[in-house]
Design a protein around this ligand. Structure first.
Ligand SMILES: Cc1cc2nc3c(=O)[nH]c(=O)nc-3n(C[C@H](O)[C@H](O)[C@H](O)COP(=O)(O)OP(=O)(O)OC[C@H]3O[C@@H](n4cnc5c(N)ncnc54)[C@H](O)[C@@H]3O)c2cc1C
Length: 436
């Protein structure tokens, strides 16, 4: 077997791996190699094109907080038209559409439900029987360990808001017991609102969330990936090459093609898989996640206008969210992504789920006898990692050990976190800046 040597070996040619390579290149360090197990770059930011429809693996929309990062990307995609869209999103609730986020729009509910929500909000507290349900064992239990994502929802918003939307929707998405998740499992992506915000919103609508406006390249999310890849040296990415094992003492990675000696290794592979590949002793039960089955569906004619995505908390509806690409592109044929959450060990029956999806799209009025003319599906596994007290503790502990040995877990899955592509770029740049 061939042996190659490289200063920085990067695992994964998704946003994070490519951004790491680009950042190294920008400081004149070209002694790196990116290994990608797949036959194409992009990771979860790939785009699929069929019969004139443009779809991502799942709806990927972009909201940059760092103008210099957005400018850096745009400079590298001069021929792309970037759409700048003001978000319109709704919740499908008992046959009507309520503005998102639910907790700030309870005044759009029927009067009796509004009273329930307001009353419970005012007297909100976590149900005693839920407190401490999933507290992690000592010694890592912190003072806030008793508060889970589930108890946070009850304590902040009260029973009615929690049980009408926040609990059923997030259970469908995460496909787990929400009592097992850390209270900050969604980080800044959770739309918090207090009593004052909620009351104020009844007269002065302010539904701004982190993604009130978003951008989207006409060619799909892959255009941002290509922009980053344009800053990677020619030959800097090896496709269809999977890291199979890592010898941390010898600093050698074995792939399906060769052995590669490295000084440092930056890995965007899922953290639990990195631990297994590098034979790091660990408790596999600390890591849990969901899978998301995505159907991209193209129909013969237009559907609802003025909406970009809709949330479905109803447990009788198989999907939790549907997005409308045609309203982003302003095109005349309904083009959807439909997302279904599964537990990590669930057997995904794509055909049976597809039939339910098509039936539920009709039932909910998203389609009205539309003819399906193109489709694509993909299972994202992992999709949303379950951020628990235990995963936070174990990730921090083992990532520190790995970093001390020149191995840097990064990205959404290497970092076992919930983040955007911009966060991935920020993290990659900061990591490279920290290298001697
Ligand atoms: C349902 C969903 C919706 C999302 N929506 C948005 C959104 O609207 N906006 C946004 O900004 N972000 C969104 N994200 C997040 C975004 O997809 C991620 O932040 C980003 O794609 C992560 O990039 P990454 O490079 O860290 O990981 P990945 O994209 O997972 O890339 C990792 C790469 O490593 C490769 N790899 C893994 N193991 C090995 C190995 N052993 N050897 C070789 N290669 C390996 C994989 O094949 C993959 O290509 C969404 C994510 C999901 C799941």
């Amino acid at each position: 077997m061939d042996t190659t040597s490289v200063r920085t070996l990067i695992v994964g040619a998704g946003i994070t791996g490519l951004a790491t390579a680009a950042a190294l290149g920008e400081r004149g360090d070209t002694d790196y190699l990116v290994l990608e197990g797949d036959a194409e770059i992009g990771g979860y930011c790939k785009t699929v094109k069929k019969e004139g429809f443009v779809w991502d693996y799942s709806g990927h929309f972009f909201h940059f907080k760092h103008p210099e990062i957005e400018a850096w990307l745009r400079e590298r995609m001069p021929k792309q038209r970037i759409l700048d869209v003001e978000k319109r999103s709704f919740i499908e609730y008992k046959g009507t559409q309520i503005d998102f986020p639910f907790q700030k729009n309870i005044h759009q509910l029927p009067k009796d439900e509004l009273i329930d929500c307001l009353y419970d909000l005012y007297f909100a507290r976590a149900p005693r029987e839920l407190l401490g349900k999933h507290a992690p064992p000592a010694p890592e239990a912190s003072a806030s360990a008793a508060e889970s994502f589930e108890t946070m929802l009850y304590a902040r918003f009260g029973r009615s808001i929690a049980e009408k939307f926040l609990i059923p929707y997030n259970e469908k998405l995460y496909a787990c017991d929400l009592g097992s998740l850390d209270k900050d499992a969604m980080g800044r992506f959770f739309p918090h609102a207090d009593l004052t915000d909620i009351i104020r919103n009844m007269k002065v609508a302010d539904n701004a969330t982190y993604n009130a406006r978003f951008t989207y390249p006409e060619g799909g999310a892959i255009e941002y990936v290509k922009a980053i890849a344009s800053a990677v040296r020619p030959g800097g990415v090896a496709l269809s090459e999977t890291v199979l094992s890592i010898d941390l003492d010898a600093k050698v990675a074995r792939t399906n093609k060769r052995d590669i000696r490295f000084d440092r290794l930056v890995s965007s592979a899922p953290f639990n898989r990195l631990l297994a590949t590098a034979k790091v002793p660990h408790d596999a039960s600390a890591y849990s996640w969901n899978k998301v089955l995505v159907f991209n569906l193209g129909f013969d004619r237009k559907g609802q206008k003025d909406v970009h995505w809709v949330y479905f908390p109803d447990r009788e509806v198989v999907f939790y969210r549907v997005g409308f690409y045609d309203n982003i592109f302003d095109t005349d044929r309904l083009s959807l992504y439909v997302e279904i959450g599964f537990a990590r060990d669930a057997v995904v029956d794509v055909e049976a789920t597809r039939a339910r999806v098509l039936a539920d799209l009709e039932k909910t009025g998203v389609t009205k006898g539309h003819r399906l003319i193109a489709e694509h599906n993909v299972v994202m596994d992992p999709a949303y990692v379950h951020i628990t007290q235990r995963s936070i503790f174990e990730h921090a502990r083992l990532a520190q050990e790995l970093r001390a040995r020149g191995v840097y877990p990064v990205g959404r899955y290497g970092g076992w976190t919930y983040c955007s592509i911009e966060d991935n770029i920020v993290e990659a740049r900061a990591l490279v800046a920290s290298f001697a």
